[in-house]
Write a protein that binds this ligand. Structure first.
Ligand code: IMP
Ligand code: MG
Length: 339
């Protein structure tokens, strides 16, 4: 299994990396491992823009796409998304699955989140209340919802095919695990309470019935600057940050809210690299800083400005090297479609 994990606050371009990897490697499954339809993954496929909230990127390549037990699922949104994909020319039949033990987001969850989520600045999609009920043991699992029946899979049977149950003994399983949100929003490691309610780390992928030894590569995804959407103050003063936000079209793909921006924080990044065991890293939106004509990071609480792109890249590569990440595993990306 390879894992894709967002190293900042979501919206770093995981969808693009998932799309790239599912095209490049031969996976048998793409697994969404955490979160609900608070996520918004923007994917450019064959020149067309798609925004998905639940369904992982594997579906664009006909790979089995699984919504795992670490997620919470809104059936209304799920069916809307299938329709949107079909209308966009993506075949979904027999490709999309939901784990029997995935918890469901109800209308009441959404109503409550819209009413009470303001303090944290949630997406209002019922995510927090659904996880609360899951852990409070009052929730509803997907297996109890009649219209989800055709999509259900038992993850044990799916990950460990054995002849007595599925007749597919010996089949090699190769999973791409696609995370949602990001390390800075993780329920345990984010800035509580300004967090989401799920486990956004690479470890979160394992919670979907997979052994610790399953992980091969961990693809960390970051942006060359940071963005955050929610109610705490994040963006420092200075016109440059609005300019970066404008040039980067930094508006939420789920709620349309303007994202606050800041320079990339090296210590946030280092913490995320260590705790997720990152082996490969993609920095997205390099073109945006180039258009803004400004190159800087925050390192040890100070803003460090660079003369140009080359100097900044060199600084980052050198720092990552000290964390055991080789230059050939560092990607600076400036395309919406690929890394
Ligand atoms: P919730 O996940 O809707 O409960 O929102 C909690 C916090 O996470 C808020 O600050 C949201 O803006 C943020 N958030 C949730 N999902 C995403 C995402 O996919 N991208 C970026 N921020 C998100
Ligand atoms: Mg997003």
């Amino acid at each position: 299994m390879d894992v894709i994990v967002d190293l900042q606050y979501g919206d770093c371009g995981k969808g693009k990396v998932a799309h790239y990897l599912s095209h490049k490697n031969s996976y048998t499954h793409v697994l969404r491992y955490n979160g609900g339809c608070n996520a918004g993954h923007t994917i450019f496929h064959k020149g067309k823009k798609f925004i998905t909230h639940h369904i992982p990127a594997g579906v664009f390549f006909g790979i089995k796409s699984v919504i795992g037990s670490g997620c919470v699922l809104d059936p209304d949104q799920f069916f809307r998304e299938i329709q949107m994909l079909e209308e966009g020319g993506v075949r979904t039949k027999g490709k999309i699955f939901v784990a029997t033990n995935t918890h469901v987001i109800t209308k009441a969850h959404k109503g409550e989140d819209k009413k009470k989520g303001g303090k944290i600045g949630t997406t209002g999609r019922g995510n927090g209340p659904a996880y609360r009920d899951k852990y409070g043991r009052t929730g509803v699992r997907a297996e109890k919802v009649a219209r989800l029946k055709p999509y259900l899979v038992d993850l044990y049977d799916e990950w460990y095919p054995h002849s007595d149950r599925t007749g597919e003994k010996g089949k090699t399983i190769n999973i791409l695990a696609e995370g949602a949100q990001g390390f800075g929003l993780d329920i345990d490691w984010g800035d509580y309470p300004f967090v989401t309610s799920s486990h956004c780390t690479a470890a979160g992928a394992l919670l979907n019935g997979l052994p610790a030894t399953a992980i091969r590569d961990v693809w960390g995804v970051a942006k060359i600057y940071e963005t955050y959407v929610g109610s705490k103050k994040f963006q420092p003063d200075g016109e440059i940050f609005n300019r970066i936000g404008d040039l980067g079209e930094e508006f939420g793909s789920t709620t349309g809210r303007r994202r606050q921006t800041n320079w990339m924080n090296m210590q946030t990044l280092e913490r995320a690299i260590r705790m997720n065991g990152v082996t490969h890293i993609v920095f997205n939106k390099v073109d945006v800083l180039r258009a803004a004509g400004a190159w800087a990071v925050i390192d040890k609480k100070k803003t460090v400005a660079f003369k140009g792109e080359g100097a900044m890249r060199e600084f980052i590569v050198k720092r990552l090297n000290s964390f055991g990440i080789a230059k050939s595993h560092v990607f600076f990306s400036e395309s919406k479609e690929t890394i």
